[in-house]
Design a protein around this ligand. Structure first.
Ligand code: IDP
Ligand code: MG
Length: 156
């Protein structure tokens, strides 16, 4: 099972889309194992986006991400990192396909609603940045046996 970091960005929270976006992950069968509303500090934004420091959009990105509360989620499932990235759609709202979160809910190329870790390494690093020990819960879903075929002893 993989766990990925999802951030519902300030535009998603301000536009009242948090519930609908979280529902998409639940509807898919992914499990929410961590969730909180928080305001991202300058330092946390800088650490999270350090790979983009030299990019022309970096200053605007940090300003945006720290401007208003976000919802951070730890989302778990088989292949959860790739599944979540596909559900998010392309980076720019103007280019993202219909059916994806960015494609269905936005048109902007910088206010693009959602962040998702892009690799297992990124997920591990980012989950540690946003969740303290004990904030990601290993809980048993009652419906687990209907989300995955467990007849072979592992989730299929
Ligand atoms: P991703 O979020 O789809 O992985 P990245 O290329 O990693 O996209 O960029 C990180 C974030 O930086 C994007 O989600 C978006 O908010 C912002 N960003 C990326 N490219 C641009 C741009 O050209 N203009 C404005 N913001 C951008
Ligand atoms: Mg990225």
């Amino acid at each position: 099972m993989e766990t990925t970091l999802i951030i519902l960005k300030p535009d998603a929270v301000q536009r009242g889309l948090s519930g609908r976006i979280i529902s998409r992950f639940e509807d898919k069968g992914l499990q929410v194992v961590g969730m909180k509303l928080m305001q991202i500090s300058q330092q946390l934004a800088a650490t999270h986006y350090e790979a983009h420091k030299a990019k022309p959009f970096y200053a605007g990105l940090v300003k945006f991400m720290t401007s208003s509360p976000v919802v951070v989620l730890a989302v778990r499932g088989n292949g959860a990192i790739g599944i979540a990235r596909n559900m998010m759609g392309a980076t720019f709202g103007s280019k993202a396909n219909p059916g994806t979160i960015r494609g269905d809910f936005g048109v902007s190329n910088s206010f693009n609603l959602i962040h998702g870790s892009d690799s297992p390494e990124a997920a591990e690093r980012e989950l540690k940045l946003f969740f303290q020990a004990g904030e990601v819960l290993n809980w048993n879903r009652a419906q687990e046996g209907w989300v995955y075929d467990m007849s072979g002893g592992k989730p299929e």
